[in-house]
Design a protein around this ligand. Structure first.
Ligand code: C2O
Ligand code: CU
Length: 480
């Protein structure tokens, strides 16, 4: 079933709560056993309210994943799919997501970017106990605001096993017009289980200082067997770019077509034409293409590791060409106009008062230190710090409801850090985002957010190995 059909068949019901113990699930995927099952029940009594609910069931379990021409790998997946199935709703609907844990350890799901109620944020031991093996948990929250998001396990490095997928909330009214859309996901792929950096050994000896990814995937496919996005001349095509990777920052570009940037992290911006943009783990961009160069073109995303760029094909249905020239890469990967965040202008910026409270952080690390969240005692792992502290041995950031909070970040390390705040959008430059890259060597970034969603939230680097190595803080609302 393709995504579009799935969206149309997702269930909408009236007075869902009146259905009591009856379970309505929409599962998905190509495998028989995950085919959608609907148990319909007559409504008992008058429907309490009219609200449309999107029901999904996500089964987290060990599964095999085949990469054409590369082999079959043992992963942990949602509904047997990699990346996880696309979850969708219209703005203003409600999500009800039943998560079943068939893994040999606990799990939770974090709905990255959505400013939901703290109890639904999916952080083990902070917003909920981990869902035990064999257990389940129902996440329920409003689908708002519109935008592209992702969901992933927030239990240790578990997302690196394959437990991540895209989530889309469609706009009621969009500031852009388009004829067709595709979701474009990026993944860095491990052949085995993740280990904290420093713990594993490199093939040639010495501690492993970068995750041993074997391939970069676009829409779950390797460069030599790419996904194909079909378009027609004259169309405007919306691409929803979502980086589901654990540690890879990409530069993405498309042969023969500039990218018209229309949203970042789901928030609308004044359309801006560029040739390429950077996409860090947890970040999302929407871009429009104007289809006026018939042919077959590469969509590619390069990284600074040795692996060939992730790749897909943009194919005009009204052209005879079906594949780009062998090995062809978009010029934007190495030249042309690269998006600068400061050039973007949000269209829905809130009034920002002067900050009531400022946190200054120096980001540093990369040294080998004993310990780390996931490592056995005594092991040396890479440590990543904010003001010299590595989570969980780090001071919480304490704030009050209603404040404007500023976070100033100064990156003194040799690695870029995509910093993500749970439960809130922040203002950076002239846009709203929830994940922003702080580039290397004294690059500074200032984030302002309005404290309007009380609870306990995380603020961390979205390179999962840096997060695991300590680059994380708790943001805690104090009672007023
Ligand atoms: Cu996608 Cu704590 O993050
Ligand atoms: Cu980092």
């Amino acid at each position: 079933m393709d995504r579009r059909t799935f969206v149309k068949t997702a269930i909408t019901h009236l007075g869902a709560l009146a259905m009591g113990a009856e379970l309505s699930t929409a599962a998905f995927g190509n495998q028989e056993k995950y085919q959608r099952e609907i148990v319909s029940a007559p409504l008992q009594g008058p429907p309490a309210q009219t609200e449309s609910v999107r029901d999904y069931t996500l089964l987290a379990e060990p599964a095999r994943f085949e990469i054409p021409s590369r082999g079959i790998f043992k992963k942990w997946l949602y509904n047997g799919e990699f990346p996880g199935p696309e979850i969708r709703a219209g703005e203003g609907e409600r999500f009800r997501l039943i998560v079943k844990n068939n893994l040999p350890e606990g799990t939770t799901i974090h709905w990255h970017g959505i400013p939901l109620h703290n109890s639904m944020d999916g952080v083990p031991d902070i917003t909920q106990p981990a869902i035990p093996p064999g257990g389940n948990f129902v996440y329920e929250f409003g689908a708002a605001p519109s935008g592209n998001y992702l969901y992933h396990s927030h239990f240790g490095l578990q997302a690196e096993r394959g437990l991540a997928g895209p989530l889309i909330i469609e706009e009621r009214r969009s500031h852009i017009q388009y004829d067709r859309e595709y979701t474009v996901t990026l993944n860095d792929f491990l052949s085995g289980a993740p280990v904290p950096l420093g713990m594993g050994m490199k093939a040639g000896g010495g501690p492993m200082v970068a995750p041993p990814y074997i391939v970069l995937l676009m829409n779950g496919r390797p460069p030599e067997a790419p996904a194909v996005f079909s378009i027609k001349s004259g169309e405007r095509v919306r691409l929803r770019l979502i980086n589901l990777s654990g540690a890879t920052i990409y530069r993405i570009a498309i042969g023969g077509h500039p990218l018209i940037v229309t949203h970042t992290d789901g928030r609308p911006v004044e359309p801006l034409r560029v040739d390429a943009l950077h996409l860090a783990p947890g970040e999302r961009y929407d871009v429009l293409l104007e289809a006026k160069s018939p042919g077959a073109w590469p969509i590619a995303a390069s990284s600074d590791n040795e692996l060939p760029p992730a790749r897909a094909v943009l194919r005009y249905l009204d052209s005879n060409e079906t594949m780009p020239r062998e090995g062809a890469l978009p010029e934007g990967l190495t030249g042309g106009q690269l998006l600068k965040l400061e050039d973007l202008r949000g269209t829905d910026l809130p009034e920002m008062r002067k900050p009531n409270r400022t946190f200054n952080f120096t980001l540093a690390g990369g040294e080998m230190k004993p310990g780390g969240m996931m490592s056995p005692a005594g092991m040396m792992t890479q440590q990543w710090t904010m003001n010299g502290q590595a989570y969980p041995n780090a001071d919480p950031m304490e704030i009050h409801q209603g404040e404007v909070v500023r976070i100033r970040l100064d990156n003194q390390s040799a690695m870029p850090h995509p910093m993500h705040l749970h439960g809130h959008f922040f203002r950076v430059g002239n846009v709203l985002k929830d994940t922003a890259i702080v580039w290397t060597h004294s690059k500074r970034v200032e984030l302002d957010f309005i404290a309007n969603n009380s609870g306990s939230w995380l603020f961390h680097c979205h390179n999962l190995y840096h997060m695991d190595g300590g680059m994380m803080r708790l943001v805690r609302y104090l009672p007023t």
